[in-house]
Design a protein around this ligand. Structure first.
Ligand SMILES: Cc1cc2nc3c(=O)[nH]c(=O)nc-3n(C[C@H](O)[C@H](O)[C@H](O)COP(=O)(O)OP(=O)(O)OC[C@H]3O[C@@H](n4cnc5c(N)ncnc54)[C@H](O)[C@@H]3O)c2cc1C
Length: 561
């Protein structure tokens, strides 16, 4: 991409779109536009899905709690998108059985009515009737694409048997189904890979920033190798999440669209809590009127989330108070389970890209998505900022943005994304029987053990075949510090998955950090492989190791022994 700001007379055919921000929304827009034959440049100051998109509760959900603030459109759309993702990305999006503990029959009826009337009332007891109304509506919204069973209830006797450690004031529980994304960072990457496959003239630039110079040109700077180039675009998409206003400022546009709230999660290594969950999520109201969650995650338990107004997204971190609050909330439902700080495997914090607001209760701020349209000052170059939205709804949001851009250029959509499988979700064997057949057939084809093929299928979906091909061609060797990974697998990630930094591998291309597998020998072993593959000299390798260790410390990652 070259030449200065595009005016209508200089629009290239097909037009070029610059997308700033490779979170899930930027990745979604990139894939959608690439599928329509539009040439895109996707830029991020860091890695793919490194911002809020790496820090959610990892639910692919309708968002039942948003019914309480009257977000019916959003909940309906989210239920449909959840069901689509269960079909289109079955390798990473899985059903999640969910229990909502209930402490009364009538709790919440009056406060919900007052909330619907627009009054700010705390809702800290959601009784059987209000839960039944919510779950019925949820079933109704999920009907359009039916992939999950309807809800039902557990009475006190059934609960005593199913969750004996629940607090004795819990008299019943609603049981329904949500989705969870096991490895969202990889799903974002796969959207980008699918986009590049659909339109090889598109490009991505990671660890890079775009600014507008005093002379009005757009400059792309890669801050890993300090190179700068001029770029041209006919349309700009600002998908910078909580950083949208900062990015607009760099483009010469003053906006005040964003009013983010930070949310923290803990992953705890606590077998008693893990066993008490029996594979389910507990989605529970807390004494302070919020809704928190706990569910099994890579053999540990994910607990979340806080919701606290924040001024600058770069200042977000999980504080001691948040840790106390989250651990305290678990005590409300499991009073006999003691979780101490030493059980914490890691903490993470992200900033929700919410619209600017003067709400004191962040839970009341709309989670719907919007676009704000502007022009780069002094030009006719259009820019659209993507405000709000959930991980779950990225496809629908991308569809809307692409539609808007296509209409601007008078181009017809050629490709729909509703039923488009993503990455390793393509031709994914859905049932246990189909998986067993797939594994034995491919193990024979790639001359590996069925257990290896199975591990690759669960980690990469059907893209496992590409890794198995490389392992067959250059050999399979276990990592010394993480024997369920191979050195060839790491080589594959470096070669074909846009790895720039050691932390990209540990935190986003693999689940090593999330699953609690990282230790110092592993960091060094992977650094050796990456250095050879990415031509890092000794200095660069040393820097990468130090930066990765700092990143692990930032996330309070407890290094495995
Ligand atoms: C605590 C929490 C819990 C959540 N839970 C859920 C959930 O369970 N389910 C759900 O559906 N949603 C959930 N969400 C919402 C969801 O995670 C976000 O709405 C979504 O990830 C936003 O994606 P995004 O692409 O808009 O922003 P981001 O993922 O933040 O992406 C913005 C990107 O812009 C880049 N960037 C910033 N500045 C620049 C610059 N100057 N130049 C280039 N790039 C730049 C950043 O590096 C980043 O990659 C949660 C969010 C949070 C914070």
């Amino acid at each position: 991409m070259s030449a200065p700001i595009a005016q209508p007379s200089t629009i290239s055919t097909p037009p070029r779109v610059l997308i700033i921000g490779a979170g899930i929304n930027g990745c979604g827009v990139f894939r959608d536009l690439c599928l329509q034959g539009i040439e895109c440049l996707l830029v991020d100051r860091g890695d793919i899905c490194e911002g809020a998109s790496a820090a959610p509760s990892r639910l692919i959900h309708g968002g039942i709690k948003y019914l309480e603030i009257g977000e019916f459109r959003l909940v309906r759309e989210s239920c449909i998108e959840r069901n689509r993702l269960l079909r289109n990305a079955p390798h990473y999006v899985k059903p999640l059985e969910t229990l909502v503990p209930i402490r009364s029959w009538l709790g919440g009826l009056l406060s919900s009515t007052l909330r619907f009337m627009g009054l700010k009332v705390r809702l800290n007891d959601r009784g059987i009737i209000i839960t039944e109304i919510g779950l019925r509506l949820y079933d109704f919204y999920s009907h359009a694409i039916k992939v999950l069973p309807n809800h039902r209830f557990f009475n006190r006797t059934k609960l005593k048997h199913e969750v004996p450690l629940f607090d004795s004031s819990i008299i019943a529980a609603g049981l329904y189904y949500e989705g969870r994304v096991t490895h969202g960072e990889r799903l974002g990457l796969e959207l980008v890979l699918d986009g590049l496959h659909a339109n090889p003239s598109s490009q991505i630039a990671l660890y890079s920033k775009v600014i507008r110079t005093a002379s009005g040109r757009f400059q792309l700077t890669n801050h890993l190798n300090d190179t700068t180039s001029d770029i041209e675009a006919n349309y700009i998409v600002n998908a910078g999440g909580a950083w949208i206003d900062h990015i607009n400022h760099g483009l010469g546009l003053e906006t005040h669209y964003m009013g983010g709230s930070k949310g923290s999660h803990l992953i705890v290594d606590h077998p008693e809590l893990f066993n008490a969950l029996k594979g389910r999520m507990i989605y529970f109201g807390t004494a302070d009127g919020r809704v928190n969650l706990a569910y099994p995650f890579f053999g540990h338990v994910l607990i979340g989330a806080t919701d606290i107004k924040i001024n600058h997204p770069d200042e977000a971190y999980c504080s001691d108070e948040e840790i106390d609050y989250l651990l305290g909330s678990i005590k409300e439902i499991f009073p006999t389970i003691h979780i101490e700080r030493h059980h914490i495997l890691l903490t993470y914090c992200g900033v929700r890209p919410l619209p600017s607001n003067d709400n004191t209760t962040m839970g009341n701020v709309s989670r719907d998505h919007y676009m704000a349209q502007d022009h780069i000052p002094g030009t006719t170059l259009p820019l659209v900022s993507l405000i709000g939205g959930k991980w779950t709804t990225f496809r629908a949001f991308a569809d809307e943005i692409s539609h808007h851009i296509l209409s601007h250029f008078g181009i017809k959509r050629t490709h729909k994304t509703e039923d488009e499988a993503i990455g390793g979700g393509r031709h994914y064997p859905m049932t246990e029987m189909e998986q067993a057949e797939w594994i034995s057939k491919k193990a024979e084809l790639y001359r590996c053990k069925p257990s290896r093929m199975e591990a690759l299928l669960h980690r990469y979906g059907t893209r496992a075949e590409s890794i198995a091909t490389l392992e067959r061609d250059i050999g399979y060797q276990q990592l010394n510090s993480a024997p369920h990974y191979s050195s060839t697998e790491i080589i594959f990630l470096c070669r074909y998955e846009w790895v720039n930094r050691l932390a990209d591998i540990l935190l986003r291309r693999t689940e090593m950090a999330m699953a609690g597998h990282v230790n110092l020998p592993l960091i060094h072993e992977i650094a050796e492989i990456a250095a050879a593959e990415l031509s890092w000299d000794q200095d660069r390798k040393h820097t990468e190791i130090q930066t990765a260790i700092k990143e692990m410390q930032r996330l309070s990652i407890r290094m495995a022994a």
